[in-house]
Design a protein around this ligand. Structure first.
Ligand code: ADP
Ligand code: MG
Length: 391
């Protein structure tokens, strides 16, 4: 399934003669890890901004998760972005908020319940190896740790797609390798990743798909591409497959947990938005609240099928503790949880169900009681991850 599709996309900025993107077409499939490479000014960030719907193409079509972003209503953009996480070169953390608060922030803005936030934030931080730094402020962290916080924040919604714009651009080589390994593990867990970079070393060593831009034009699209001569650059050690399988299992467990979570309410959203209005940079508070009111998921009957989970090969099961540097997933998945590998892996719907249920909900009661219903977002993220884990 195509997660992202560019059809003859051209992007012209006001007052510039040459387009930043010129008739660019490509497709990114579920579970892919794609490097977007090219010199500074070649159009990488423009490309990612279009996928995030921070900007709209001048001509051509951008389709993400089955949605045509040109026709996606502004008020639906915040909801759309729940499914597309993003990290940037400069981390973009809120300097006066703790690590926990930084990761919790977007959840508060979209109106997640306190109970859900208490569960999801520590999980996301554990996934990036920062379980013990929740109370730190960004300036008390190294650059690599700050980027991990940003990654946790991008992942806390379990998005289907993660965009990374030069995520290692401000980091030293050793720290960059850590971040690359983390991204590889996240990808192995089923998340589609598009990473813009001009760091040749990673591109060559990871042997992933490479799309190269030059002056806004697509120069190549190579399955297992490289960058060029990278002798002398630090080696990227291949991630252990076992860790990848564990991450896939964790993704499945998280999806299951989410199903029994607490439903966000508009009341929660309004409180959070009111508290957050000083830093919320996009879209207007009012449109955010109305969007939330509109997309609130409908209650789901108990016979809804279980979410997609990975069919993890038995020799990759996360049962045994690793000798060193355990993957967070392995530390996280308790032994007494039901093994997700037992279940079939249904194919995910091409359009997330929430987008198909835009009918307005009745206003919530003053003190809404939690219902046994999580957010229906992003099932299928773990599907097939175990199969893909070997590489
Ligand atoms: P990259 O991320 O590969 O460095 P960008 O997408 O940032 O490339 O930029 C592509 C081209 O578009 C460059 O020529 C840049 O100057 C131009 N550009 C980017 N953003 C804007 C903007 N907001 N207004 C005008 N020109 C822009
Ligand atoms: Mg850029």
């Amino acid at each position: 399934m195509a997660m992202i599709r560019f059809e003859n996309v051209t992007k012209r900025y006001r007052g510039t003669a040459k387009p930043a993107l010129d008739q660019v077409s490509f497709e990114v499939l579920r579970g892919e890890f794609v490097f977007l490479v090219g010199a500074s000014g070649s159009g990488k960030s423009s490309c990612l901004r279009l996928i995030l719907r921070e900007d709209v193409a001048t001509s051509g079509n951008v389709l993400v998760l089955g949605r045509d972003l040109r026709t996606l209503a502004n008020r639906k953009v915040p909801y759309f972005r729940r499914h597309v996480g993003a990290v940037f070169q400069d981390f973009r953390l809120l300097p006066n908020k703790t690590v926990f608060q930084n990761v919790a922030f977007t959840l508060q803005v979209i109106g997640s319940s306190r109970g859900f936030i208490k569960q999801a934030v520590p999980e996301a931080l554990a996934l990036v190896g920062l379980a013990d730094k929740q109370k730190r402020l960004p300036h008390e962290l190294s650059g690599g740790e700050q980027q991990r916080v940003a990654i946790a924040r991008a992942l806390v919604n379990r998005p289907q797609v993660l965009l990374a714009d030069e995520p290692t651009g401000n980091l030293d080589p050793a720290t960059s390798i850590d971040i690359m390994q983390l991204l590889a593990r996240i990808n192995a867990g089923g998340t589609t990743i598009v990473m813009a970079t001009h760091e040749a070393g990673f591109v060559d060593q990871m042997k992933r798909r490479v799309i190269e831009l030059r002056g806004g034009q697509m120069m190549r699209d190579e399955r297992h591409g490289g960058y060029g001569d990278t002798s002398g650059l630090p080696r990227l050690q291949p991630e252990q497959v076992r860790g990848a399988a564990a991450a896939a299992a964790l993704t499945a467990v998280l999806e299951l947990q989410r199903e029994v979570g607490i439903e966000p309410t508009v009341t929660d959203a309004e409180i959070a938005v009111a508290a957050a209005v000083d830093v919320a940079d996009d879209p207007s508070t009012a449109s955010l609240v109305s969007a939330l009111a509109e997309v609130r998921p409908a209650p789901v009957s108990p016979d809804v099928p279980a979410p997609a989970v990975a069919e993890a090969p038995t020799d990759e099961a996360p049962a045994h503790a690793p000798a060193q540097r355990p993957a967070p997933a392995e530390r996280l998945a308790p032994a007494d949880r039901p093994a997700p590998a037992e279940q079939p892996a249904p194919s995910a719907p091409s359009v997330p169900p929430e987008w198909q249920v835009p009918a307005a909900q009745p206003a919530p009661a003053p003190r809404p009681t939690p219902r046994g219903r999580g957010r229906g977002a992003g099932t299928g993220g773990a599907a097939g991850a175990g199969c893909r884990a070997s590489r």
